[in-house]
Ligand binder design. Structure first.
Ligand code: CMX
Ligand code: CO
Length: 146
């Protein structure tokens, strides 16, 4: 059902500073940047391995653009740090339905828009041992680059 770690989401207060840290410390480069209004974030994707065809793994750096967004709330309560993990799947709706049958709350009735043209949903952290978990169906027809 899940074929890879698609990304690890990291909450930060200042996206540009976080990008600089990952570049200067590890040599990771930003492969994509976008604003996701619905999710309330400005984000950067740093590809760790693979290629942008649905098989890669990324770090997703997240800076809130609104005080009432999930990432802003997280920063207020926990400070900067790991916000969520994301598993990659070929069919997010099917994977979500399967996980729901196993007793885990799925947050969206239908998948929404994620990074680079992907489709995403989230599982409630309280049903996942305290880990906010995202399910990602990558766009496979050539994701838009930075
Ligand atoms: N990881 C683990 N636990 C978390 C969490 C996180 N990221 N965010 C909240 N929680 C926990 C809180 O610690 C809290 O637990 P306690 O009651 O034990 O203190 C509980 O969940 C409720 O926290 P809250 O601050 O009141 O948050 P909400 O219930 O309003 O929202 C959630 C929690 C998961 C429903 C919300 O964050 C959400 O809808 N997340 C999905 C969307 C999202 O995170 N978007 C940003 C990323 C976009 C992307 O990846 O593309
Ligand atoms: Co994410």
């Amino acid at each position: 059902m899940f074929t890879r770690i698609d990304h690890i989401g990291i909450a930060c207060r200042n996206l540009d500073e976080a990008i600089r840290f990952y570049r200067e410390t590890y040599g990771f480069e930003v492969t994509h940047e976008e604003v996701n209004e619905e999710q309330g974030v400005r984000e950067a994707m740093l590809r760790i391995n693979g290629t942008d065809d649905g098989g890669a793994s990324y770090l997703q750096l997240l800076e809130p653009i609104r005080d009432d967004s999930p990432v802003a709330k997280f920063l207020e309560r926990h400070g900067e740090g790991v916000h969520h993990i994301a598993f990659g799947t070929a069919d997010v709706a099917e994977a979500a339905a399967t996980v729901r049958e196993r007793g885990v709350r799925v947050l969206y009735e239908t998948p929404r828009n994620g990074s680079m043209g992907s489709l995403i949903t989230f599982l409630h952290p309280k049903d996942c041992g305290g880990v906010l978990t995202e399910l990602v169906q990558a766009r496979t027809d050539g994701a838009p680059s930075a």
